[in-house]
Design a protein around this ligand. Structure first.
Ligand code: SAH
Ligand code: SF4
Ligand code: F3S
Length: 446
C-alpha cells in the first residue's frame, strides 16, 4: 500500500463561519505538520473540501468539485483528496461518496476533525477511509492550532444546535449544543490579543443560549464582559443571535459595553406568525417586532441584519406580503435571502408544498428588490458622517493609487481613497463618508 505524504495543501470551504473557522483549524494543523499552503489548488497535492449541506445547491457544488478533482487525479494520481464538513455528517452520504468516487482518500466528519493529521498518515491510496462520528466526543481538544488573520479572529463559543427549526439540517450534522469552557475561550482570545488581534467574532449557532448547558458557566452577557476585559481587544462581534431568548440583559450589555459592536444579526426567517410556527422558530411576528423595538430604543445607531427564507412549504401570497411588510417596518441594514430548499430528514421535508418554483423565484426577486432599496436608503444616511473604521485590506489600483478598506462598528464595508503614503493596515481611523452604495460606503480619511 502506498502512503502518500503530501507537502502542499489547499482547503476549499463552503458554508458559514463555523466552516470557515474549521478550515482555519485544518490549515493550522497542516501547517504544524510542516506542510505549506498552496496559493492555487493546482499546486496542491492535498485537497481538503470542507463542505456544507444547508441547501441543495451547496451540495451540488461539492459533488461537481469532487468530480473535477477526480478527473485531475487520473492525470496526477498523487493528489490526496479529503472530504470533510457538514455534508458527510448526513446518514449514508459518506458511503455514497465513496461508491461514486473511489478516488477520494479520506472522508472525515466534523466531530473528529482534530484527527486529520493522524489520519493523513494512515489513510493510503487503497480504498476510501471513512471516519465519521454521530456526536461531539468529550475528547475533542479545547484548543487546536489555528491559522488566523492576525487582526480579526473567529472564536467558537459553542458548537451544535438544539433548536430544530423544521427546515434546518444543522442540528443533525453539527449535533447537540455544547458550550465551550469559558477558560478556553478567554485563554484563546488573550493569546490572540497578545499577537495583535483587535477584533473577535464569537461564533455559535445560537450565541444567546451560551452556558445554558452548564450552571458553572457565565451566561452570554457575562461572557461578553469577560471578553471585553481582555487587554488589546477593541471590538467584539457575535453571530448568530436567535430572536428567542434575546434577553433585556443582553441588550443592556451591548448598549453599555463600548467594545461590543452595535450590530445584531437577528435572523427573522419569515414575517408571518403561521409560517414561523411551522418553522418551529419559537416566536411570533409581534414578539420579533417588539424585540427589534427594544433593541433600537436601547442601542442607539444599532445596525440590524437578517436571514429570510421564501417559499417555505405552503407559504401563501398573504404570508409573503407579511414578510415584505415586516422588512419595511424593521428596515434591516441588509439581509441574506434564501429560497427554501428541502433537506432530507428534517420535519419540513415531508410537508406538502403546492407553491411552484416559479412563484418562489418571483417572491425572492421581489424581496431582494425591497431589501436593496432599504439598504441603500440606510447607507445614504451615513453620507457626511464621520465613522471609525478598522482598515483590514490594502490594494493597489491600476493607476497606482492605494485603496484601503475596512468595516465600521456597525459592520458596513468602507473603502478609503486617500490613504497614499501611509501604512494604515490594521489601524482604526476616522473616515468621513462621501458616497453610499447598496452594499458598501466610500469615504475620506479625516
Ligand atoms: N443558526 C443560524 C443560522 C444557520 S444557517 C440561525 O439560526 O440563524 C443560515 C441560514 O440558512 C438560516 O438562517 C436560514 O435562513 C438559511 N437556511 C437554513 N436551512 C435552510 C433551508 N433548508 N432552505 C433555505 N434556507 C435555509
Ligand atoms: Fe438551524 Fe434553527 Fe439551529 Fe439556526 S437555530 S442552526 S436555523 S436549527
Ligand atoms: Fe454552516 Fe453549512 Fe454546516 S451553513 S453549520 S457549514 S451545513
Amino acid at each position: 500500500m502506498t502512503t502518500i505524504r503530501p507537502s502542499m495543501y489547499f482547503v476549499q470551504t463552503w458554508g458559514c463561519q463555523m466552516n470557515e473557522r474549521d478550515s482555519e483549524i485544518i490549515a493550522g494543523m497542516l501547517d504544524e505538520m510542516g506542510m505549506k499552503q498552496a496559493v492555487a489548488p493546482e499546486e496542491a497535492d492535498l485537497m481538503v473540501l470542507n463542505t456544507c449541506c444547508v441547501r441543495e445547491k451547496a451540495e451540488q457544488k461539492v459533488y461537481a468539485r469532487i468530480g473535477e478533482l477526480v478527473k485531475n487525479k487520473k492525470a496526477n494520481p498523487d493528489i490526496f483528496i479529503v472530504v470533510c464538513g457538514c455534508m458527510v455528517q448526513q446518514k449514508g452520504v459518506p458511503e455514497h461518496i465513496a461508491r461514486r468516487f473511489p478516488e477520494v482518500n479520506l472522508i472525515l466528519g466534523t466531530h473528529n476533525l482534530y484527527r486529520l493529521p493522524e489520519l493523513l498518515k494512515t489513510a493510503g491510496n487503497k480504498g476510501v477511509l471513512i471516519e465519521v462520528l454521530e456526536d461531539r466526543p468529550e475528547s475533542f481538544p479545547d484548543t487546536l492550532p489555528v491559522q488566523t488573520n492576525k487582526l480579526k479572529a473567529k472564536v467558537n463559543i459553542s458548537f451544535g444546535c438544539n433548536n430544530f427549526c423544521s427546515y434546518c439540517i444543522v442540528p443533525y450534522v453539527r449535533g447537540r449544543e455544547v458550550s465551550r469552557k469559558p477558560e478556553a475561550i478567554i485563554g484563546e482570545i488573550t493569546h490572540l490579543a497578545e499577537n495583535g488581534c483587535k477584533e473577535v467574532l464569537l461564533l455559535g449557532q445560537n450565541v444567546n443560549s451560551y452556558g445554558n448547558d452548564n450552571e458553572n458557566y457565565p451566561d452570554f452577557s457575562d461572557l461578553l464582559l469577560q471578553v471585553a476585559a481582555v487587554e488589546g481587544i477593541r471590538r467584539i462581534r457575535f453571530m448568530t443571535s436567535h430572536p428567542k431568548g434575546f434577553s433585556d440583559k443582553l441588550i443592556d450589555t451591548i448598549a453599555g459595553c463600548e467594545k461590543v459592536c452595535n450590530h445584531v444579526h437577528l435572523p427573522v426567517q419569515a414575517g408571518s406568525t403561521g409560517v414561523l410556527k411551522a418553522m418551529n422558530r419559537g416566536y411570533t411576528r409581534d414578539q420579533y417586532l417588539s424585540l427589534v423595538e427594544r433593541i433600537k430604543k436601547n442601542i442607539p445607531g444599532v445596525s440590524l441584519t437578517s436571514d429570510i427564507i421564501v417559499g417555505f412549504p405552503g407559504e401563501k401570497e398573504e404570508d409573503f406580503q407579511n414578510t415584505l411588510d415586516l422588512i419595511r417596518q424593521v428596515r434591516f441594514d441588509s439581509a441574506y435571502t434564501f429560497m427554501y430548499s428541502p433537506r432530507r430528514g428534517t420535519r419540513a421535508a415531508s410537508l406538502e408544498d403546492p407553491v411552484s418554483p416559479e412563484v418562489k423565484r418571483e417572491r425572492l426577486d421581489r424581496l431582494m428588490e425591497v431589501q436593496n432599496e432599504i439598504s441603500l436608503e440606510l447607507n445614504r444616511e451615513y453620507v457626511g458622517r464621520t465613522v471609525e473604521v478598522l482598515l483590514e485590506n490594502r490594494s493597489e489600483r491600476k493607476d497606482g493609487r492605494i485603496v484601503y478598506s475596512g468595516r465600521t462598528c456597525t459592520n458596513k464595508i468602507v473603502s478609503v481613497e486617500n490613504g497614499e503614503n501611509k501604512d494604515l493596515m490594521g489601524q482604526f481611523v476616522q473616515v468621513q463618508i462621501t458616497e453610499a452604495k447598496t452594499w458598501s460606503l466610500k469615504g475620506r480619511l479625516v
